[in-house]
Design a protein around this ligand. Structure first.
Ligand SMILES: [Zn+2]
Length: 467
């Protein structure tokens, strides 16, 4: 009896859905591809912090308003109770994967971006110097050109990039001329020059990075290695760096950020006064509660939040961009400021002012976030824990106007409402995961033409018709 009733219910629901679909097909084509309705929009660039509807068309933000009629959109997704923010921008990651080189950030220490970005609301990353001018074009070919995430790069001042200590301590390979030339050739893709891991007790690595940055007209990001009396943090940020250059790993404590008295090094405030930018760059060794808490208690917050994501830290304290943002939430950073430090601020720092906000006409890169309440814990790089009551999770990510990730299928119909032999549920106008075969998920690499793809049922491809 129960089964029979369920069957009847199923049929009636399926009929209703089919009817709706037909209606949609016969009416005029809706103006907007996608409408996110009823979310709390936080767009610091445009000073929006309120419940708003957001409409997308042709991959661009088309309208943000108190109310947008769902009849004007092909697809409406109810995001009531969630936060709608610009797609997150993580300017310190390591994603030069795929070369097969061991113990190298131009190899196995890196991760492929798409596996780690969209599920955390991130739509843009900047690789922090895995490649130098000698191997940047390999990085572009192997990763940048193949990723759905927007991948930008800081070019390492070392010609070979981060291939290990043997290369990274070689001052002779730090050549401003070819680095600047490569950066100029790929303007808009190479957004800065990086120096990192240099252990010498001198400023040669920094000086050469700044020379390249000056020549190419782009900022420098500095991983300062270790500070020494003759190579101090103060000299770096008040003499060597230019306004707009970026000091990453600001809460590491390894470079004198916390002075021996237990207070923030006065050089931090002096550097900020000059216009030097301070970035988190959490990583596997650069975020410690015993350093971050006292510095932040004195009011020195970061300008931008970034992960330093790589194969070695993604399963420890970092996890992902939201995992790092959660720590600042736990330290008391207001949510609008947190979003500012994860969207518009980093976008401005790398001079990509077309992203990091939800202005009409800008690329429709959007994160839909849930603020969870509970009893949570956050680890630093030494495994010390700080407890917190709030945590962000990513419900949905939109890249170039298309849903590329969603945690709970908010955009999707209940299966029982669909026709008996249902296949694709999305439209290519808004569904970023709709494969041409009709299912979700892109074809395996090399099988973009669905007729060439291996059939999971094992049938010969020639016997199948293209959908
Ligand atoms: Zn790094």
């Amino acid at each position: 009896m129960k089964t029979w009733l369920h069957g009847l219910l199923f049929l009636s629901l399926a009929g209703g859905a089919a009817g709706q679909q037909q209606q949609q097909q016969t009416g005029p084509s809706p103006q907007y591809d996608l409408l996110l309705r009823g979310g709390h929009v936080i767009d610091p660039r445009n000073a929006i912090d309120a419940v708003r509807d957001l409409a997308i068309r042709d991959g661009k933000i088309a309208e943000v308003a108190e109310r947008i009629d769902p009849a004007r959109a092909l697809k409406t997704i109810d995001v009531d109770g969630l936060f709608v923010t610009p797609g997150l921008v993580d300017i310190h990651v390591h994603v030069f994967a795929g070369t097969g080189e061991r113990r190298s950030y131009a190899g196995d220490n890196s991760v492929y971006p798409d596996g780690f970005t969209f599920r955390a609301g991130v739509t843009t990353v900047a690789d922090a110097g895995c490649a130098g001018w000698r191997n940047f074009e390999d990085f572009k070919r192997l990763v940048i050109d193949r990723s759905r995430t927007r991948v930008l790069a800081f070019l390492n001042i070392v010609g070979h990039g981060m291939r290990g200590a043997r290369y990274e301590q070689d001052v002779d390979d730090m050549q401003p001329e070819p680095a600047a030339e490569m950066a100029t050739r790929h303007k808009g893709l190479i957004v800065g020059i990086k120096t990192a891991h240099y252990m010498g007790r001198d400023f040669r690595a920094v000086d050469r990075a700044v020379a390249a940055g000056t020549k190419a007209g782009i900022p420098v990001m500095v991983d300062f290695g270790r500070a020494y009396p003759e190579k101090s943090l103060a000299e770096l940020v008040t003499v060597k760096l230019r306004p707009g250059d970026i000091y990453t790993h600001v809460y590491s404590g390894l470079r004198g950020e916390l002075d021996p008295s237990g207070h923030a090094n006065p050089a931090l405030a002096a550097g900020r006064q000059r216009g030097v930018i301070f970035d988190v760059g959490h990583g596997g060794g650069s975020f410690t509660w015993r350093v971050a808490v006292p510095i932040i208690q004195e009011g020195f917050w970061p300008d931008s939040i970034s992960t330093d994501l790589h194969a070695g830290d993604m399963n420890t304290g970092v996890k992902d961009m939201l995992g790092v943002m959660d720590k600042f939430l736990a330290l008391g950073m207001p949510l609008d400021r947190l979003i500012l430090c994860s969207t518009w601020n980093p976008a401005r720092e790398i001079r990509q002012e077309q992203i990091g906000h939800l202005s009409v006409g800008s690329p429709a890169d959007v994160a839909v976030l849930r603020l969870e309440q509970g009893d949570f814990g956050f680890m630093d790089v030494y495994g010390a824990r700080l407890r917190g009551r709030k945590r962000l999770s990513c419900e949905m990510t939109v890249r170039n106007g298309k849903v590329v990730y969603e945690l709970n299928g908010l955009s999707r119909p209940d299966w029982a409402t669909l026709p008996k032999n249902y296949r694709a549920t999305g439209s290519p106008r808004w569904d970023g995961n709709r494969a041409s075969s009709g299912g979700l998920g892109r074809m395996p690499l090399g099988y973009e033409n669905p007729a060439d793809a291996p059939d999971p049922a094992g049938r010969d491809s020639s016997s199948r018709r293209r959908p």
